[in-house]
Write a protein that binds this ligand. Sequence first.
Ligand code: URA
Length: 229
Amino acid sequence: MRLDRFVCKSTEFTRAEATQKINVGDVCVNGDTVTNEAVQVHESNTVMLDGLRLKAREFRYILMHKPANTICSNVDEFYPSVFNYLDIKNTSELHVVGRLDADTTGLILITDDGRWSFNITVPSKKCQKIYRVELSYEIADGVEAKFKNGLKLQGEEHLTQPASLKIIGSKEVLLTITEGKFHQIKRMMAAVGNRVVSLHREAIGGVSLDVGLGQWRYLTRDEIQSFSK
Ligand code: URA
């Protein structure tokens, strides 16, 4: 990771403060003073600040039940950020893995481990995300097959990856997808002449939502590892 990020992850400095410390020559990497904040460092490097060895904090892996009318970015905009629910330090280091729309509820994963979140979001890993979808109209005949075969969404060059649709009511389905295009489910439903009334993510891979609205917990070691395969 970049040296300024490493300094932030091992102290309480902001990015600007860390950069300043580096630029004035207060930081050594493997015995040499480094003044360029963009230099890449590894956990195994010896990074010293004012004569003290820095150790980056452990990565964090969090599951949260996102309420409606919240956003998955780190700062409040028209709606408040989901990070307001996290009563922990240094939340600016964290990001939501695969954002949900403001009106979508359910399971979100939050981490500061970019490699781990890549495994969950990159379509080639085919990590399954299960959504409960309430619709305006009854499910038309043949929609399951259309989702299985892939749909051409407006403005997209490629078909959607195979998605599995389980009908649980005349206007309610469980939809499993393995990618996360912008407004994907709303656009998939529009492509078959329907409209999403409400959208709720129930599971990502083997991890299911098990906390109340606005609540969160750390993932277990097994849950973290299940996404690293
Ligand atoms: N698909 C959508 O349309 N919205 C979401 O929030 C998630 C998937």
